[in-house]
Every structure is written in C-alpha cells, then in structure tokens.
Design a protein around this ligand. Structure first.
Ligand SMILES: C[S@@+](CC[C@H](N)C(=O)[O-])C[C@H]1O[C@@H](n2cnc3c(N)ncnc32)[C@H](O)[C@@H]1O
Length: 316
C-alpha cells in the first residue's frame, strides 16, 4: 500500500559521500574495485539508498533494514537486482558476516510518512490511535503500555527520554485519568492531558512535544537498538569501511558521539595497568550539519547531526 506521504531525505549528499568514504572511487572511475556491500539500516522511503545505488558499480549491493512494514512495502517499488530489504530491527545487522560491509548508514528516528499518518499515532498535531510503534506487527502500543504501567515507570520514561521537568505530574495525571475515566486511547487525549498538566510552555513548542518524544523512544526501544547496532558495526565493517549516523536529538547524538570517541582512542584498563590497551577501532571522525539552504527547505533537518567514522585497519 502506497500511502502517498513522502519523506524529504536529510543530508542526502553528505551522507552518501561519507558512506563511500574518503578513498571511495568516483562514479566515473575506471579503476576496478572488488564488489562492495553497503547497509542502509533505516530505509524509510529509500532516499539515501537510491542515490547510493546510482553511485555504485554493477556488482556492488545495498542491504537495507526497516522495522516498519510500510517502509518495507515501499521498498518493493525499488526494482534493482543490487538491492535487498529486510523487515527487521537494525540491531540485527550484527548477523552479517564479519568485516563484510564497506559502509553503514543509520538515519535515525521516524520518517515523515510515519509522523504525517494520523493512524500511526506519532503526532500530537493529528488525532489518531495512541500507537507510535514503528513495527506495527509486534509489541505494545503506547496506549496499551500507559493503560497498565505504574506512575513511577511512566514518570521515569518521560523524564529520561523527554527530559521533561513535569514528568512526575504528567505520570500522575495519566494514572488519575485511567482510574477516573478509563485509559487514554488517542493522541488528542494525551496531548490535552499534558497541556492541562504542564503549566510552563517553552516558546514555539507544543507542551506535549517532550512527552510524545519520550514515549516514542521508549515504546520502540530506540536507544537500545542504536547501542546494539553501533556495537555490531565494529565487527561487520571492513577495514576503512565507513560508519555514518544521522541523529535528531541530543539523547541519540550523545550515544553516537561517545561511542565514536571511545573507539577512536587508546583505552587502558585501570584495573590491569600492564595489560595491552584495547585497540583503536575507529578513526577519521567528522561531524557534519545541514546547510542553511537545506534547513530553509526542510525544517525537519534543523536538528540533524551526521557523525562519521572509519573502521581502522586493526583486525577485530
Ligand atoms: C528518518 S527515516 C529514514 C529515511 C530514509 N533515510 C530516507 O531517505 O527515506 C528512519 C526510518 O528508520 C526506521 N527505523 C528506526 N529505527 C529503526 C530500527 N531500530 N530498526 C529498523 N528500522 C528503524 C523507521 O521505521 C524509519 O522508516
């Protein structure tokens, strides 16, 4: 099913250039290179994949992941023998053979078709069922979770993943409403409850912004999946292979930044001062932001940060 909603790809050229790496062959290069495999861990609507395929040779290939069945369906329109899609969490990229991948891209978070479709329940801008699952074939919706979670759990999620000062008050209001009138069922009900509870509004921001972000991150286990995939990337990347990650908020970016920084320096184990240090596994760290022109044309790019690193020659 094509929903008709589109996604404007963020940092398109920058991310594809990063994937091909500093030593990547030019599109018109006549120098023969061994066939390469790239991973687009977040296919979405395939913006990055399509440009990447246009830059690759006839024997190269792209393996894409997406946990959203609608994204996987959209991928069926991409008829290219060099392309394959997996309906899977990208945490599974560690199942690829060791040192088999020339570049991995993760363009984190949700796609515009997910946000813009009221039936997915991601947005407080539209009324719809309070779902927010990227993978609608499994797991609990936000409504199901909020219907039975304890006040302390709800507060912790909203505080930790939304950095929301009023997390405790919102959690209490959710549980009080559940007891008085039954569980929250729609995005509009949750947005109204938060608006009634949060007294101080950040300028230009809907009071429910932080709560929706927090519940989305939690219900999709987004930060855990990111940690798993980053770790897996170290074993599946070939020496000099590129890791490129686009994040959209500070919780994600902090994880990516710390991961790359940790593996780009020599780490000594203080408890074993005479042991050899862990090898440096990443190098060539870069941080790339969208141009003003891109942000002007696509406000969603505003908070994007692309971080890039290359796998060192040191064997895993
Ligand atoms: C920002 S969009 C990617 C857009 C894509 N680069 C494009 O140009 O069309 C993020 C996509 O990643 C998917 N996604 C997010 N987390 C995921 C995970 N842990 N595993 C697999 N897919 C994930 C979402 O379902 C969404 O389709």
């Amino acid at each position: 099913m094509d929903t008709g909603w589109t996604h404007t790809t963020v940092l398109l050229h920058e991310a594809v250039a990063a994937l091909l790496g500093p030593a990547g062959p030019a599109a018109d290069s006549t120098v023969p290179v061994a066939p390469r495999t790239f991973v687009d861990a977040t296919f979405g609507r395939g913006g990055h994949t399509r440009l990447l395929l246009s830059r690759l040779g006839p024997l190269d290939r792209v393996i894409a992941f997406d946990k959203d069945p609608q994204a996987v369906q959209a991928a069926a329109t991409l008829q290219d023998a060099r392309f394959a899609i997996r309906h899977s969490d990208f945490g599974a990229l560690g199942e690829l053979p060791p040192q088999s991948v020339a570049g991995i891209l993760m363009d984190l978070g949700v796609s515009s078709p997910q946000i813009d479709d009221p039936s997915r329940g991601f947005s407080f801008r539209f009324d719809g069922p309070l779902d927010m699952r990227m993978d609608t074939t499994r797991g609990q919706s936000v409504a199901q979770w909020l219907a039975q979670a304890e006040t302390g759990q709800i507060a912790e999620v909203i505080r930790d993943y939304g950095e929301e000062r009023f997390a405790g008050a919102i959690a209490k209001a959710v549980v009080a409403r559940r007891q008085a009138r039954g569980p929250l069922a729609t995005t509009a009900e949750l947005a109204q409850l938060v608006a009634d509870t949060v007294k101080t509004r950040e300028p230009g921001q809907n009071p429910a912004t932080r709560t929706f972000q927090a519940l989305r991150i939690f219900i999709n286990a987004e930060l855990e999946a990111l940690q798993t995939a980053l770790k897996a990337s170290l074993s599946v990347l070939q020496p000099r292979g590129s890791l490129a990650v686009i994040s959209f908020h500070s919780l994600e970016d902090r994880i990516v930044k710390q991961f790359m920084a940790t593996h780009a320096r020599t780490v000594y184990d203080r408890r074993a001062p005479f042991a050899a240090p862990a090898p440096v596994l990443l190098e060539g760290l870069q941080r790339i932001r969208p141009s003003q022109a891109e942000v002007a044309g696509n406000p969603r790019a505003r908070s994007a940060i692309l971080r890039v690193a290359q796998r060192t020659e040191v064997p895993a």
